[in-house]
Design a protein around this ligand. Structure first.
Ligand SMILES: *Cc1c(COP(=O)(O)O)cnc(C)c1O
Length: 388
């Protein structure tokens, strides 16, 4: 009866699924400080090491001096300042699109796009492993909601063929956030074209990271002109925060009219936009960051598979170790913590039941020695306990 929160919380604890934020006493980078101790950080999404980059920080500080701490209003009232406009233009150019539109977070961008474009007469088709914000966006839109087997274009094709919806929108992660594998975008685009559907790609983990200029999954897979909607985030590879949607002029004008998560919210601080202009430029030009990252990825995969860990089919900086049971994943995360490594366990409902994992992420901020140290710690733990 009533709001029995005590029982809900107790149940969550019994399932080993109780969640709590860690209080970090350091900026995001190679090291993390918490509870008075230093750790090597292998769980951020700061893949290029730009979150704490000196040039990006300087741009942020300078813009805060010029534009203040907050934008003061939504984009359509008087919060859309010159740095926001400059960043939208730079993102449109970077992604080879007519226009781009800023959102305050990726979560809001996904909700906004789907509710602006879809209604009851329409249908949305989502990969089973899509990010929560895409699933929520699809449900909130009121469109008929269908999920297809992970990375399975045939499964999608069958669903599309049976649909008589007015608009059909296919939505996938470019890089799957908890697995690190990439969507087969050319095959999906074929199926979309064949069935008169639009394709939307959430490239939160691809922007800045994939393609030799950091243009993301669509360029890496050669499907930029076959994908109607691109969503990218600024808080991962680009190291700041916020998100954007890129596409045709008509798409962006539609979102400006109808995307409620764009309209009814305060514009991000202009200093964030100004800092992102600099981190975007660095991501475009400093290919060495991506080369270093590629070496670290290869090194980690080689070492972890020699130790007998189950790796996922991932060529990206997301390199999860699949463990299985929640408590085993928690135990491994705890054992690594004792040895000075910060890597959080990812449990259901973020991932499917029985697929708890350690989501190891690599960053250009790491040195090869850091990866060696992590592999040595994993080896020592493996020798002690066969479950992990
Ligand atoms: C992180 C993430 C988001 C949400 O972006 P935020 O800017 O952090 O709200 C959306 N989609 C995917 C695939 C993500 O990994």
């Amino acid at each position: 009866m009533g709001f029995d929160l005590t029982e809900d919380l107790a149940a969550r604890r019994r399932q080993h699924r109780f969640r709590q934020p860690l209080v970090m006493d350091s900026p995001c980078g190679r090291h993390a400080r918490l509870d008075g101790r230093n750790y090597l950080n292998f769980c951020s999404n700061d893949y290029l090491g730009l979150a704490n980059d000196g040039d990006v920080i300087e741009a942020f500080q300078k813009a805060a001096g010029e534009w203040g701490a907050g934008s003061g209003a939504s984009h359509l009232v008087c919060g859309h300042q010159r740095p926001h406009q400059d960043l939208e233009e730079a993102l449109a150019e970077h992604t080879g699109r007519e226009r781009a539109l800023l959102f305050s977070t990726g979560y809001m961008a996904n909700l906004g796009v789907m509710s602006a474009l879809l209604g009851k007469a329409d249908a949305v088709f989502e990969d089973r492993l899509n990010h929560a914000s895409l699933l929520d966006g699809g449900l909130l839109s009121g469109a008929r909601f269908r999920r297809f087997a992970h990375n399975d274009a045939d499964s999608l094709h069958r669903l599309l063929q049976r649909s008589d919806a007015r608009r059909k929108l296919v939505v996938v992660d470019g890089v799957f956030s908890m697995d690190g594998d990439e969507a087969p975008l050319a095959a999906l685009a074929d199926v979309c074209e064949h069935n008169d559907a639009w394709l939307m790609v959430d490239d939160a983990h691809g922007i800045g990271v994939l393609d030799e200029k950091g243009r993301g999954s669509l360029f890496a897979q050669g499907v930029n002109d076959r994908t109607q909607i691109l969503m990218g985030t600024l808080g991962k590879g680009l190291g700041t925060g916020g998100a954007f949607v890129a596409g045709s002029t008509e798409l962006i004008e539609t979102l400006i009219q109808f995307a409620r998560t764009f309209i009814y919210t305060t514009a991000m601080p202009a200093a964030v936009a100004a800092a992102t202009l600099v981190s975007l430029k660095k991501a475009q030009q400093e290919n060495g960051r991506r080369e270093k990252l590629a070496d670290l990825i290869k090194h980690f995969r080689h070492g972890a598979s020699e130790l007998g860990y189950s790796l996922m089919p991932s060529q990206t900086p997301i390199q999860p170790l699949l463990i299985g049971r929640d408590e085993d994943a928690m135990a491994l995360s705890g054992a690594l913590r004792e040895k000075g490594f910060l890597i959080t366990a990812i449990r259901p409902p973020t991932v499917p039941e029985g697929e708890a994992r350690l989501r190891v992420t690599l960053s250009a901020a790491h040195d090869p020695d850091d990866v060696d140290a992590l592999l040595a710690a994993l080896a020592a733990i493996r020798n002690r306990n066969s479950n992990v």
